[in-house]
Design a protein around this ligand. Structure first.
Ligand code: 6PG
Length: 228
C-alpha cells in the first residue's frame, strides 16, 4: 500500500504547528458531534513541539480524554517516560480533568501493566484521533519489525524492544487503528530510509497500522520525505 494522504512541510517546526492545529480541529469536531474527544498520544520526541503548541490552546478541555499509544516500563517520574514528557510540556499546563488523563501503568511491568491498561482502553474505544510516530526502523508505538503478537490483544507487553528500554507496553496493531482519524508525524532525515521502505510496501509496523486504520494523514517535513 502506498503512503497515506500526506502534508509535507519545509521543517519540523512547521509540522508541529500544523499538527497542533489539526488536533484542535479534530477535537472541536468530535466535541460538537459526540460531546467528547478521545485522543491517543504518540511517544518519543517528534510530537513534543506539537504538544507545546497545544499547551497554549483554548478549547473545551473538560471534554478531552487523553490516553497513550505506548509507554516505557520505567518509574512514573522517569524523564524518559512518554507520559512525563506530555505532562511537562502540555498536560500539566491545561485544565484537562485528572480523571480524563490515562497514563499507562508501565511501572507495573509489561504483562501486569498491559492487562490493567486494556481495561482502561475498553472504556475509550473507538478513539476520535490516534497520534503515531515512526522510528528509523519503521516501528510505531512499541510495535517493532518482526515482533508480532498472536493472538491479537488490545494492549501488549513488550519484552525485547530494540529501542531502549527493552520492556514496554503498547496498544496492539488493531487497537492503534481504532480511531476515526489517524495522524502520523515523521520528521528528520533519519526517518528517510523507513519512509522509502514504506513507499516500497515493505512490512513495517507503521504500514500495517496505516493499512487498517481510517482517515490516515501523514504529516512530514522535507527531510524525512526525501525532498531537498
Ligand atoms: C517511544 C515511542 C516511539 C516513537 C518512535 C519515534 O516510546 O519510543 O512511542 O514509537 O514514536 O520511536 O521516536 P522519535 O519521535 O523520538 O523519533
Amino acid at each position: 500500500m502506498p503512503l497515506p494522504e500526506q502534508q509535507i512541510f519545509p521543517c519540523a517546526d512547521d509540522v508541529a504547528g500544523a499538527a497542533a492545529d489539526f488536533i484542535l480541529e479534530q477535537a472541536n469536531k468530535s466535541i460538537a458531534a459526540r460531546g467528547r474527544f478521545h485522543l491517543v498520544l504518540a511517544g518519543g520526541r517528534t510530537p513534543e513541539a506539537a504538544y507545546r503548541h497545544l499547551a497554549e490552546a483554548h478549547t473545551d478541555w473538560d471534554a478531552w480524554y487523553v490516553a497513550f499509544g505506548d509507554e516505557r516500563c520505567l518509574p512514573p517520574d522517569d524523564p524518559e517516560r512518554n507520559s512525563r514528557m506530555a505532562a511537562e510540556v502540555w498536560l500539566d499546563q491545561v485544565p484537562i480533568p485528572a480523571a480524563n488523563r490515562f497514563a499507562i501503568p508501565a511501572e507495573l511491568g509489561p504483562e501486569k501493566g498491559a492487562k490493567a491498561y486494556a481495561k482502561t482502553i475498553e472504556t475509550l474505544l473507538p478513539f476520535d484521533l490516534v497520534l503515531l510516530g515512526m522510528g528509523e526502523d519503521g516501528h510505531t508505538a512499541s510495535l517493532f519489525p518482526g515482533h508480532g503478537f498472536e493472538p491479537e490483544q488490545l494492549v501488549v507487553g513488550v519484552h525485547d524492544a530494540p529501542k531502549p528500554p527493552p520492556e514496554r507496553i503498547s496498544l496492539d496493531y488493531r487497537t492503534l487503528a481504532e480511531g476515526h482519524c489517524t495522524l502520523v508525524l515523521v520528521t528528520g532525515e533519519g526517518k528517510r530510509a523507513a519512509i522509502q521502505q514504506w513507499r516500497e510496501d515493505q512490512p513495517l509496523p507503521i504500514a500495517r497500522v496505516a493499512t487498517i486504520a481510517s482517515n490516515v494523514l501523514l504529516m512530514a517535513d522535507k527531510a524525512a520525505i526525501g525532498e531537498s
